[in-house]
Design a protein around this ligand. Structure first.
Ligand SMILES: Nc1nc2c(ncn2[C@@H]2O[C@H](COP(=O)(O)OP(=O)(O)OP(=O)(O)O)[C@@H](O)[C@H]2O)c(=O)[nH]1
Ligand SMILES: [Mg+2]
Length: 428
């Protein structure tokens, strides 16, 4: 992994510099505003500094191809408690009094371990809060060298104590990832390289920041709808029933129209339900957007041509069950019918509350319809965000937006990778 800092007069300029040097796969880890200092500071403009990373040969691994690392091979049903030290077990004799004494000692030790687990977990939230500061320090040139090759302690017993702490911490993080419904295979995949870091006796903060960075890279850089000079950009929203496609279209439209002053038109191909078209028409009226209904794939180009002076044409589709292949074929025909002269993008809208197994089938079925980017809705209805990572890794699709409530237009944001990763690691 390569991590570097880039500065610019705006966030975009700093990100552009990072892309120019590290390539388009670069992932932004952190954005910081640097306020000018000194007496004449008010004459100077603030600068922006981004921390960008790129991982070489990082690839999406599907569960079927994944082989679990032999050393960090945790399993879901493995208890998080630390095993009783071997020495204690050896001491157990057949003599009853000794056995009772030994049992009570083991129980006491277990209780102590449990207490220390909960204490460590409490401390974890604070560590995650301070993660950004730690990352900053870690990336400062003076500290870089030391952190790249953490000090190996000379005395063997000290080293093993630090390693034990590190593994204990790793195990706790593993448990938290599973609690948050990260697939066991992906949790192992994330933690497998971290073992090397733990073996060097690195601090818990360093281990945590390494896991954090690795997860940020796994999520990749989110990509929202990007307008080009070529008008109009045609954007489809596809996905299962009731996930929030129509509501999300209204939120996106408002963001572009009200916040960025762009012109937006709505088309709907959802003619399965009478109320569906009316729902979008209502939003069109509120936002004063052109609106029309497309009944057959053949009509789509005429409908786009009528609003071709708009920056953005958002097309709503009927939700369908991933088990209904016929409706899927209709949507594929509709998307494929769009004239090549138009730039088009497709977003698969999925709810963060959908069961993992169903999400995998949805990802597969919709892959047969078009290449898509992902929008996750209803983040407000779950506190376990593991599926966001699972689906990203399973489908390989890029991320774009998340929505977190029914309010139009406010409850939408660009996928906030830093925030999601912190929550997956046990932060608030
Ligand atoms: N809690 C919550 N509810 C949401 C969110 N987004 C949409 N909804 C609600 O989910 C319900 C369905 O939303 P729609 O936008 O009609 O969903 P759809 O995907 O267009 O549904 P179909 O057209 O029937 O396939 C509505 O009650 C929305 O208010 C969200 O982020 N959080
Ligand atoms: Mg709808």
């Amino acid at each position: 992994m390569t991590i570097k800092k880039f500065q610019g007069r705006t966030e975009e300029e700093a990100i552009e510099r990072a892309r120019a040097q590290l390539g388009t796969d670069v992932v932004i880890m952190n954005i910081k505003e640097i306020r000018p200092k000194g007496i004449l500071s008010f004459l100077k403009e603030a600068e922006y500094e981004v921390t960008a990373a790129v991982e070489e040969k990082e690839q999406i691994v599907k569960p079927a191809n994944f082989s679990i690392h032999e050393n960090i091979n945790f399993t879901a049903d493995e208890p998080i408690e630390i095993p009783v030290p071997k020495k204690a077990e050896e001491k157990v004799t057949n003599h009853q009094a000794d056995v009772l004494k030994e049992e009570s000692r083991i129980r006491r030790e277990r209780e102590e371990e449990r207490q220390s687990y909960y204490a460590a977990r409490e401390g974890l939230e604070e560590r995650i809060e301070n993660l950004q500061n730690f990352l900053e320090k870690q990336l400062a040139p003076a500290n870089n060298k030391e952190q790249q090759s953490p000090k190996v302690q000379e005395k063997e017993n000290e080293l093993s104590k630090e390693q034990a702490e590190g593994f204990k911490f790793l195990k706790m993080i593993y448990g938290i990832l599973l609690e948050n419904e990260v697939d066991e295979k992906y949790a192992n995949m994330i933690l497998e390289d971290i073992e090397k870091v733990v073996r060097t006796g690195s601090s818990v903060d360093y281990i945590l920041s390494t896991i954090y960075q690795k997860m940020i890279l796994k999520f990749g850089q989110p990509r929202p709808i990007e307008l080009s000079n070529k008008k109009p950009k045609v954007v489809f929203f596809i996905g299962p029933t009731g996930v929030g496609k129509t509501t999300t279209i209204a939120k996106v439209a408002s963001k572009f129209k009200v916040d960025e002053g762009k012109s937006v038109a709505f088309l709907t191909a959802d003619t399965y339900r009478i109320a569906a078209a009316e729902q979008l028409r209502t939003y069109a009226n509120i936002l004063d957007n052109p609106f029309s209904i497309v009944y057959t794939p053949e009509e789509v180009n005429d409908a786009i041509a009528k609003v071709s002076d708009c920056d953005l044409v958002l097309i709503d589709t009927a939700g369908f069950s991933h088990k209904n292949s016929e409706q899927g074929d209709d949507i594929k025909r509709l998307i494929d019918s769009v004239d090549k002269k138009y730039e088009k993008e497709v977003f698969l809208v999925v709810s963060a509350t959908t069961k993992y197994k169903d999400l995998l089938s949805i990802a597969d079925v919709y892959r047969g319809i078009a290449d898509y980017r992902l929008i996750f809705t209803k983040l407000d209805e779950t506190s376990a965000y593991g599926n966001l990572l699972n689906l990203r890794l399973y489908s390989g699709a890029e991320l774009s937006y998340t929505t977190n409530g029914q309010n139009v237009p406010n409850d939408i944001e660009l996928f906030n990778t830093q925030k999601i990763v912190k929550q997956l690691l046990g932060g608030k």
